[in-house]
Design a protein around this ligand. Structure first.
Ligand SMILES: Cc1cc2nc3c(=O)[nH]c(=O)nc-3n(C[C@H](O)[C@H](O)[C@H](O)COP(=O)(O)OP(=O)(O)OC[C@H]3O[C@@H](n4cnc5c(N)ncnc54)[C@H](O)[C@@H]3O)c2cc1C
Length: 423
């Protein structure tokens, strides 16, 4: 059968695939990008609530620490193409950036579309074709060492088309937010070619909690709190920052970051508690001293008035109920045991985790193509020559803060450069 042949086929028009296409370009080489959705980079368009938190200001070691156990894999890619390089890359395309709280970089316009447009302009300028509505369903290697790539083109009534290529880059993303096109296809394609895939699980997801406590507080966001994850009486992880209560549990930046640990523990069938420290800068003793000071100064006032000094309004009825102390009790009548209960609740406001949001609500996927099977200096497979990987399909993931997009761009950049050099 006569097949169209390409020097390189890139599967997935997300940030990783698009930057790789640009960086692999040579005028004499035929490159094709295949995208299963009706338009490229849908997830990138949604990123950062449509504002695109493209990277983070953190220096290399601190940046890497935001990736889980596989952080070492990214060290080379980041040493070649890091945060300042990424910002410069887009500045050359006319994008201006601003730095926000937590070292987060955003386009000054607050429009993720600026990044998408800049990438697509580059691709178009180099005349690299993107076939949309083209879903890759199979890849195999022919006896002559070429890749045979089978696609379904929904544009052509679901017609199946076969293409061949000398090189293939899989940049299909993870499994989270499947409506953006990332449905985990890349894991199956990698497996078809002999790769091992570390079991994917949703991450950066809201946590569901037991009972009606969190739903009663829905919408309340807490800043400057310390949140810890507890399992078998031991603290598994702790983070400081901002969180919010939802109709089914907990969410917000700190919770999303802690969700990797919570999801893993829940999947191991462990009992998991999430504890919120509402007064993280004060040790237990200092909290007690603060309560005592209030009691001494305002002995005639009610217990509720003390809570007003210590808590956001929405938390007051919940605390009154949990402490089982009448709201009109005079402060001078508060016992040392009641004081202790209040102190402990302020420092350890606990919730039992019962579940987590599905892939539909997960910002990233944990798991993916095993890093041991990929050369971190080229992103080429160690098992199959001329096969490359980039972006979230690889088993790397990070906290929120711009780290995930930087990883997608850096691995895509390295893969693209390596492909170009290998032509
Ligand atoms: C709502 C949301 C907001 C986010 N915000 C941020 C943020 O502000 N900052 C940050 O750092 N990270 C953010 N992330 C994470 C970040 O967007 C991803 O980690 C990043 O997009 C991964 O890039 P990628 O190119 O590897 O994959 P993707 O962006 O997922 O792109 C993969 C592409 O491959 C296509 N594809 C999949 N399978 C096939 C197939 N079989 N054939 C052809 N094409 C296929 C998909 O349709 C998709 O277009 C956010 C994620 C979500 C869900």
């Amino acid at each position: 059968m006569q097949m169209n042949h390409y020097d390189c086929i890139i599967i997935g028009a997300g940030p990783a695939g698009l930057i790789a296409a640009v960086e692999s370009h040579l005028p004499s080489k035929k490159i094709l990008i295949l995208e299963k959705m009706h338009k490229p980079a849908i997830k990138l368009r949604l990123s950062g609530k449509g504002r695109c938190n493209i990277t983070n200001e953190a220096p290399l070691e601190e940046f890497l620490a935001h990736f889980g156990k596989n952080q070492k894999f990214l060290k080379y890619a980041f040493s070649e193409f890091f945060n300042a390089d990424l910002l410069d890359y887009f500045r050359k395309e006319g994008v201006r950036f601003k730095l926000e709280r937590g070292g987060r970089w955003f386009p000054e316009s607050d429009r993720a579309m600026e990044i998408v447009d800049a990438l697509l302009r580059k691709v178009e300028h180099l005349n690299i074709p993107i076939w949309d509505k083209a879903q890759v369903t199979n890849i195999e290697k022919s006896a002559e060492g070429k890749f045979i790539v089978r696609i379904i083109r929904s544009k052509e009534n679901g017609k199946t088309v076969q293409l061949s290529a000398d090189k293939v880059l899989i940049a299909t993303g993870g499994k989270s937010y499947p409506k953006t096109g990332s449905t985990g296809d890349g894991y199956a394609l990698a497996a078809q070619l002999g790769h091992t895939v570390t079991k994917p699980q949703p991450s950066l997801v809201p946590i569901e909690t037991k009972g009606d406590l969190a739903p009663r507080l829905e919408g309340l966001s807490l800043r400057n709190v310390s949140v810890s994850v507890w399992c078998d009486g031991k603290k598994a992880e702790e983070q400081f920052g901002e969180m919010v209560f939802t109709d089914s549990g907990l969410s917000g930046p700190v919770i999303l970051s802690l969700s990797r640990t919570v999801v893993t523990l829940l999947n191991e069938q462990k009992k998991v508690q999430v504890s919120i420290d509402l007064k993280p800068v004060l040790e237990h003793k200092k909290v007690d001293q603060r309560i005592l000071r209030e009691i001494d100064a305002h002995g005639k006032q009610s217990f509720k008035s003390l809570l007003k000094q210590l808590l956001p309004k929405k938390l007051i009825p919940v605390f009154l109920e949990m402490l089982n102390i009448p709201e009109d009790k005079q402060l001078s009548q508060v016992s040392s045991d009641e004081r202790k209960r209040l102190r402990v609740l302020l420092k350890e406001f606990r919730f039992e985790a019962t579940g987590y949001g599905s892939y539909a609500r997960a910002i990233v996927t944990v798991g993916g193509v095993r890093i041991k099977e990929i050369n971190p200096k080229t992103m080429e497979s160690r098992l199959v020559k001329n096969l490359y990987f980039a972006g979230e399909v690889i088993d790397v993931d990070a906290d929120t803060g711009g780290y995930n997009l930087q990883a997608a761009f850096s691995t895509g950049w390295v893969a693209g450069r390596a492909i170009k050099q290998s032509f």
